[in-house]
Design a protein around this ligand. Sequence first.
Ligand code: NAI
Length: 259
Amino acid sequence: MASIAVTGSASGIGAEVCKMLESEGHSIIGIDRNIDQKHTRIAADLSNSTGRQLAVQEVSRLCEGSLDGIICCAGVGVTAPSTSLIVGVNYFGVTEFIDGLTSSLTKASNASIVIIGSVAATHQQQETAELAEAMFAGEEEKANLIAETLGSTHLAYAASKYAVTAWARKLSISIAKQGIRVNVIAPGAVETPLHQASKEDPRFGEAVKNFVAPLGRNGQPEEIANAVSFLVSEKASFVNGSVLFVDGGMDAMMRSNKF
Ligand code: NAI
């Protein structure tokens, strides 16, 4: 039985990922802000280093030093109360958590990391280049300052998702020889509490509701979980460093000539 750590296990995509992987016979170690009755066994706040290290320590303890997979779903959206929270959870909450656990992954065969990025990763990269550089350099305080100066949760969100995707692609090269595959899923609009909050926000609601994928609907969390299930399986044994858009065609609609 494979042990898989899943962040953001209490809601939306993360909860669905836990449900699906558990039904496939995996043992799930869920991490979220609060323990719940379902899959969340570790309460940790991934927005700061203390919480991330607690999560790493507890996952290592529960998997007894041998983990088969890490799925990072925890994230905050454009309605987050601050731009630095977006940077803290969506970028450092992924990178510091994964860095702390890769030594546990090297003991498994066909170990796999999947990060939930976003179709937004491809947006507005020039405007946020300095912020992305600070994230790549691991300078969280500097990144927070730049994010606060930017003052736009949209820009901070796009930058955090771009940076975490690029970080994952670099990681996929450096740890491939240890038998660990790293891939990113870039969802479009998916019906979850995070997306619902965007639709209800007086600042962005109309734009969010009007931005519909070519398939003419938003996705469901299980459609993202299906892609996670594939990427952690043996069927994806040669898939590494990829960004899989699961977005109803949104990326193709936005930039058909770029891939
Ligand atoms: P959600 O709000 O339903 O679930 C997010 C989970 O992350 C929650 O359980 C929440 O408690 C947890 N979380 C947030 N901050 C945390 C923190 N500081 N420490 C620990 N846990 C924390 O949202 P959803 O939609 O399921 O989002 C999952 C991922 O998918 C996120 O990374 C999001 O950016 C991404 N995504 C979602 C899209 C959508 O339309 N729903 C579109 C593209 C990407």
